[in-house]
Design a protein. Structure first.
Length: 107
């Protein structure tokens, strides 16, 4: 996280959310300058494969949050994706903080 300059004050860990009637926890959320969810991170044990099911779990959590980025990681494997109106775009690297809402507050 430090290498990508995500400020520690904008990272929430074990964030509680409600998915329907169920109370769930996101492993981590990175917030933008307006403290809106910018990236949802889900961490799995090294022995847990990152599968469509894992991605679906993160996508369900993200329906509630609306973060434009998802990251899944089990140690050796990391999947980063951008959520667009037309679907999921897989990325070759973690998103950077040059997103327009990263430093600007809404007026």
């Amino acid at each position: 996280m430090e290498e990508l300059a995500y400020p520690s004050g904008r990272i929430g860990v074990e964030v509680a959310i409600h998915v329907g009637e169920a109370a769930k926890r996101c492993d981590a959320i990175v917030y933008d300058a307006r403290m809106q969810p910018w990236m949802l991170l889900e961490f799995k044990a090294e022995t847990v494969a990152l599968t469509q099911r894992t991605l679906d779990q993160a996508a369900i959590y993200n329906r509630r949050l609306g973060a434009p980025y998802l990251v899944l990681c089990n140690g050796p494997q990391t999947i980063a994706a951008r959520i667009t109106d037309s679907g999921i775009e897989f990325l070759n690297q973690l998103p950077t903080t040059n997103h327009h809402t990263w430093t600007k507050s809404s007026n």
